[in-house]
Design a protein around this ligand. Structure first.
Ligand code: FAD
Ligand code: SF4
Length: 312
């Protein structure tokens, strides 16, 4: 595996342009803010040698709304989203999640599209090339076993986007385009559950926008990490209360965001027990598996307690 390779750089000016460039190159990535992709490229875990910059595509840079939903173009930065008046008033948990990502400077480049499609992480994988070579590589970097689990044939790298749990709790959908047609999918269906290839869309498909329905709901977001100033998540939870439903989404622990739904009167102790049980957690983070499992229980209990005072 090579650490760094010479890159070709293209700037796309329309969705069709970007997808045509993608179809003409085999080893490419779309480049949004570059805050995840360029770090991975530097670290040698991303081998793409063609960069297709999508930052100049107008269609991806807008935020609009109608009576039913807020439509956020995928190239909007986390700073722009956190500063938007509709996000602040209607979706404060999304604002909180966006503001929990990285640092103020990074959030001015980091986009919502890139956040939803950032790479999964693992303490045995996000290492230098020589470190990974010394331990013999793993399933996610051309090796043949999972080191974190001592030899299993599945990868349990962690899904780390902080905005995804809140957006899934809010029942958001994503618009995906292949240049000729666009389709809407529920955001949770953007993820495969496979730690090696965590996204279900094909490489050539562009994420156009995210649509968040205006519905009566209250959402509580929680994030666990060693340092509040900078670190990626070790556990992110979003708990949404609707008039007749509770939606819980757990990130930072399993290869995909884990969604659980309950009717509004479901006993809280059982909600918590199911939330602790469902994610596939292995020891591949700064915090131990046992501690993160315990923290899921605490976060969900606290969130449910906070939501129990909310009125519609
Ligand atoms: C120090 C540091 C701390 C960080 N902390 C956090 C954190 O706490 N939480 C967190 O979630 N992230 C964190 N990140 C990761 C990253 O900054 C964010 O996830 C960011 O939102 C990624 O957006 P981007 O625009 O920079 O994506 P890029 O790096 O440009 O792209 C990321 C991936 O998404 C794909 N992509 C982007 N947009 C599209 C699109 N429209 N269509 C198709 N594919 C697309 C790219 O091809 C690439 O594979 C951190 C990064 C750093 C360097
Ligand atoms: S979970 Fe296992 S296979 Fe996946 S990145 Fe970590 S060590 Fe590699």
């Amino acid at each position: 595996m090579t650490t760094l390779s010479t890159s070709k750089y293209f700037k796309a000016h329309s969705v069709q342009d970007a997808i045509a460039l993608a179809k003409a190159h085999t080893n490419f990535i779309f480049l949004a803010g570059g805050t995840d992709a360029m770090v991975n490229k530097q670290q040698g875990t991303l081998e793409a040698n063609t960069l297709i910059d999508i930052s100049d595509i107008n269609e991806l840079n807008q935020i609009t709304s109608n009576d039913e939903q807020l439509i956020v173009g995928s190239m909007n930065t986390l700073h722009q989203i956190a500063s938007h008046h509709i996000v602040a008033t209607r979706f404060p948990a999304l604002r909180e999640a966006a503001l929990s990502v990285a640092t103020p400077v990074i959030r001015r480049s980091a986009t919502i599209g890139g956040n939803l499609l950032c790479e999964n992480r693992c303490s045995f994988y996000n290492q230098s090339e020589w470190w990974r070579e010394a331990v013999g590589y793993c399933l996610k970097c051309n090796g043949d076993i999972c080191i974190a689990t001592g030899g299993k044939k599945n990868c349990f790298s962690r899904f780390v986007s902080d905005t995804a749990p809140v957006l899934i709790a809010l029942q958001a959908s994503a618009t995906i385009s292949d240049g000729n047609t666009s389709k809407q999918i529920l955001l949770e269906n953007l993820y495969s559950g496979d730690g090696v290839n965590p996204h279900s869309k094909s490489n050539e498909q562009l994420l156009i926008d995210i649509r968040i329905p205006f519905q009566p709901s209250h959402v509580v977001f929680r994030k666990l990490r060693p340092r509040k100033s900078l670190d990626f998540t070790s556990l992110s939870t979003a708990v949404a209360l609707y008039p007749n439903q509770i939606r819980v989404v757990i990130g930072g622990v399993d290869p995909q965001p884990v969604l659980l739904t309950f009717d509004g009167t479901h006993p809280h102790d059982d909600v918590i027990a199911q939330c602790v049980k469902k994610p596939r957690i292995v020891d591949n983070d700064f915090y131990s598996r046992k501690y993160r499992k315990e923290m899921i229980g605490h976060f969900i209990r606290e969130s449910l307690s906070q939501l129990s005072n909310m009125k519609f």
